[in-house]
Write a protein that binds this ligand. Structure first.
Ligand code: PGA
Length: 248
C-alpha cells in the first residue's frame, strides 16, 4: 500500500512573518500521522521554516534546484545548499519554471539528478497545456517529459522520487481536472513506469496538482492512482491546506 503525500507550493508569496505563521498553523493541525506532508517554501525563508518543522511530521521542500552542483551560476541554488538547510524535497520542472524561465526537459532531468545526488527527493512535475490536450497530445507530452529524466538517470532512480501530474490548464485557474480525467493520466503514468519497472510503478507516489481545494480533494484522492496532491493557492491558508491533508 502506498503512503499518500500532500505538498504545499507557496510559490513567490508571503513574508518571513507570514511564512512562520503559516508553518506554525500547519504544524498545530497535523494530528495523526496518516500521510506524508511537506511545504515548498521560498528559498530565503527555508532556514526559518526549517527551525519550526524540526522534530515535527512536516517536511521541508524547495521550489526548484540548480542543474549544476556548484560554480559560476549566478542566481542559482544548489542541491547541497538545500540539503544543508534541511530540505527533504525539491520540485523540478514545475510548469511555471518551464514556461516563464525556460526550464527544458533536459535541464529538468539535470535538476532531478542534482537533487538525488544530495538525497533530496525530486518531485517531478509533468503535464500538458490546454492546446496540447485539445490536440490529443497529452500522453505524448508526458512521455517526453518522463523520458528526458529516465534517459539521464535510469528508471531505478524513480524509487526515490515523486511525480506530480499538473495539467497546465488547471494551475491557478480554478479549473480542476475531473476525478476521472486526472485518474486517466495518473493511470497512464503508472503504466508507463510499470512497463519499465513494475516494483517502482507500484511504489511511486503520483500527486495531482491544479486548483486542488478542500472541496474537491476528497474525490481526487479517492482515485486509485492518485496518491495525494501538490497544492498551490490553497496551501497558503493553514486551515484549507490542513483540510486537504485530512481529506486523504
Ligand atoms: P494551484 O497550483 O493549486 O494554485 O492551481 C498548483 C501548483 O502550481 O503546484
Amino acid at each position: 500500500m502506498r503512503r499518500s503525500l500532500v505538498v504545499g507550493n507557496w510559490k513567490m508569496n508571503g513574508t518571513r512573518a507570514s511564512a512562520e505563521l503559516l508553518a506554525k498553523g500547519i504544524i498545530a493541525g497535523l494530528g495523526s500521522d496518516h500521510a506524508d506532508i511537506a511545504v515548498c517554501v521560498p528559498y530565503v525563508y527555508l532556514p526559518y521554516v526549517a527551525e519550526l518543522v524540526k522534530d515535527t511530521a512536516l517536511a521541508l521542500g524547495a521550489q526548484n534546484v540548480a542543474d549544476q552542483s556548484s560554480g559560476a551560476y549566478t542566481g542559482e541554488i544548489s542541491a547541497s545548499m538545500l540539503k544543508e538547510v534541511g530540505c527533504t524535497y525539491a520540485l523540478v520542472g514545475h510548469s511555471e519554471r518551464r514556461s516563464y524561465y525556460g526550464d527544458t526537459n533536459e535541464s529538468v532531468a539535470a535538476r532531478f539528478r542534482q537533487a538525488q545526488e544530495q538525497n533530496i527527493i525530486p518531485v517531478l512535475c509533468v503535464g500538458e497545456t490546454l492546446e496540447q490536450r485539445e490536440q490529443d497530445q497529452t500522453f505524448a507530452v508526458i512521455n517526453e517529459q518522463l523520458d528526458a529524466v529516465i534517459n539521464l538517470v535510469g528508471i531505478a532512480a524513480f524509487s526515490a522520487a515523486v511525480i506530480a501530474y499538473e495539467p497546465v490548464w488547471a494551475i491557478g485557474t480554478g479549473k480542476t481536472a475531473s476525478d476521472e480525467q486526472a485518474q486517466e493520466v495518473h493511470h497512464y503514468i503508472r503504466q508507463y513506469i510499470a512497463a519499465k519497472d513494475q516494483v517502482i510503478a507500484d511504489k511511486i507516489q503520483i500527486l495531482y496538482g491544479g486548483s486542488a481545494k478542500p472541496d474537491n480533494a476528497k474525490g481526487l484522492f479517492a482515485m486509485p492512482d492518485i496518491d495525494g496532491g501538490l497544492i498551490g493557492g490553497a496551501s497558503l491558508d493553514a486551515e484549507s491546506f490542513l483540510k486537504i491533508y485530512h481529506s486523504i
